[in-house]
Design a binder for this molecule. Structure first.
Ligand code: NAD
Ligand code: ZN
Length: 369
């Protein structure tokens, strides 16, 4: 099969002929139909994560089941599926605690660039091992992953939309609905209007938030913010005191919840200083390794009862959220088609990364024939 192989951080990924072994016990082979290009892939490609190389990125995808390994019961050949980037074992402490994204088997495997049995299925034309990313590696024509990493969906759902549900949509929607538990009439603010931020914005609207402020330094995002239902836009580059501006828009109080959808120290601090007493700062963005952020440790923290929450894959049970989100899409409550930007074939992935770096309006999706 063809795949984009990350061989060197910061360099383009060549499209190579790659061998993919058959699925083993409780694994499936998926023909990839669409794969979104997420900032998390970009961060790894630029060396800001920790991944053994060479590897195949891609963790926001949809596909069709091509083959099932021994013991597979969740799907069958021909099923259209959304791929998850946290397949789970179902048996460990975290799976039993309702935190499948923390699954011990998954995190061990993902850390090693392998599948659950600690081995890989990917090899280069010369037979060298290629590492898996999030047990998925969907910047490729096919993928093998544990069966808990796929969820069957209606065939009529466009593959591009289904792919985005696999990461950006579930992440942004869940941050608002599961982690912040946003209520009608609340005041919310979102830092970073990429695929994740737009998804959080759509969820904020769905929750009937009264004020929804978007903070993004790219001036083109003002129009995008309004299009997806923001009530206010703030450019942090031209606004001296972002928290003060936000208080001005919220009766002097601050927002009920602030969402970092970029992973920058500046956004964490602005977010923390923009929430009202008792409010929540929900951190979704993945900051580069080594970054820290500081909050005043004296009176400010305990006395104002603020809460800081880490939000991972929407904070709920991702596959339950996939179904809920696709239902909301079907009945017209989430306009996910509007999130799909450019669609390009696999070799377009390197340009898609550069465009993501310089700032694009909506999500670029790789499409496969
Ligand atoms: P993106 O590149 O599409 O969008 C990022 C946006 O942030 C852009 O609009 C950019 O202009 C804006 N931005 C840059 N600096 C900013 C600043 N200082 N303040 C406010 N906005 C700023 O990114 P994406 O794909 O939407 O991903 C967003 C973040 O979420 C990334 O860090 C990604 O790794 C992370 N992520 C987290 C999870 C999770 O489960 N927690 C899942 C997916 C992605
Ligand atoms: Zn992602």
């Amino acid at each position: 099969m063809k795949a984009a192989v990350l061989r060197e951080f910061g360099k383009d990924m060549p499209i190579e002929d790659v061998t993919l072994d058959d699925p083993k016990d409780r694994e499936v082979l998926i023909r990839i139909t669409a794969a979104g290009v997420c900032h998390s892939d970009l961060s790894v490609a630029r060396g800001k994560g920790s991944m053994p190389l060479p590897c195949i990125l891609g963790h926001e995808a949809a596909g069709v089941i091509e083959k099932t390994g021994p013991g597979v019961s969740r799907v069958k050949k021909g099923d259209a599926v959304v791929l998850s980037w946290t397949p789970y074992c179902g048996n460990c402490f975290y799976c039993r605690a309702g935190l499948p994204a923390q699954c011990e088997a998954y995190n061990r495997a993902a850390g090693q660039g392998a599948l659950f049995d600690g081995t890989g299925r990917l090899k280069s034309a010369s037979g060298e091992r290629i590492y898996h990313f999030t047990c998925q590696s969907s910047f490729a024509e096919y993928a093998v992953m544990p069966e808990t990493g796929v969820l069957p969906i209606h065939k009529e759902i466009p593959a591009t939309v289904a792919a985005l549900v696999g990461c950006a949509v579930t992440t942004g929607y869940g941050a608002v609905v599961n982690d912040a538990q946003a209520r009608p009439g609340e005041y919310l603010a979102i830092w970073g209007l990429g695929g994740v931020g737009i998804s959080a914005l759509m969820a904020a609207r769905l929750c009937n938030a009264e004020v929804i402020v978007v903070v993004d330094p790219n001036p083109r995002k003002e129009e995008v913010a309004r299009r997806f239902g923001a009530t206010h836009y703030i450019n942090p580059k031209t606004t001296e005191d972002v928290p003060a501006k936000i208080r001005e828009l919220t009766q002097g109080r601050g927002v009920d919840a602030a969402f970092d959808c970029i992973g920058r120290q500046a956004a964490f601090e602005q977010g923390y200083n923009s929430i009202r007493p008792g409010g929540k700062l929900v951190i979704v963005g993945q900051a580069p390794r080594g970054d820290v952020f500081t909050i005043p440790a004296a009176r400010a923290f305990p006395a104002v009862q603020k809460r800081i929450l880490g939000s991972y894959y929407g904070g709920g049970i991702p596959e339950q959220d996939f179904l809920r989100i696709l239902d909301l899409y079907r009945i017209g409550k989430l306009e996910l088609d509007a999130m799909v930007g450019k669609t390009v074939p696999l070799p377009g992935v390197n340009d898609a990364f550069r465009e993501l770096e310089s700032g694009i309006d909506t999500r670029t999706v790789l499409v496969f024939n």
